[in-house]
Design a protein. Structure first.
Length: 107
């Protein structure tokens, strides 16, 4: 019983064991692309496994790194605004105390 694979269900998913593509008989010879060997396609399939699977992780890591830096900058801005507000409040309290002291001395 010799079962042949189809495009949707190949006999094997290993590109090295798959049969090379044959030129179509319905197209005239040399009409579209020239015939080429499948070694380049096989190499590219084997080459992209680890690197391409790690790209989304690297992108997510870079995105989270950038968001952490942005959050830290926002926290620093909030701390700076709070410190300036507290400094103005302290200066106003100091001026009130000076005025009160001056008024007490004048009377």
């Amino acid at each position: 019983m010799n079962i042949r694979g189809t495009i949707d269900r190949p006999l094997t998913h290993d590109p090295k064991k798959q049969a090379p593509m044959k030129p179509s008989t319905s197209e005239p010879a040399g009409s579209a692309t020239t015939d080429f060997s499948t070694t380049g396609a096989t190499d590219s399939r084997q080459n992209r496994t680890r690197e391409m699977q790690l790209i989304p992780e690297a992108l997510a890591r870079a995105h989270m790194h950038e968001r952490l830096h942005q959050a830290e900058r926002e926290r620093q801005a909030v701390r700076l605004a709070t410190a300036r507000r507290m400094q103005r409040r302290a200066e106003r309290a100091s001026m009130r105390a000076r005025r009160a002291l001056a008024m007490a001395v004048m009377q």
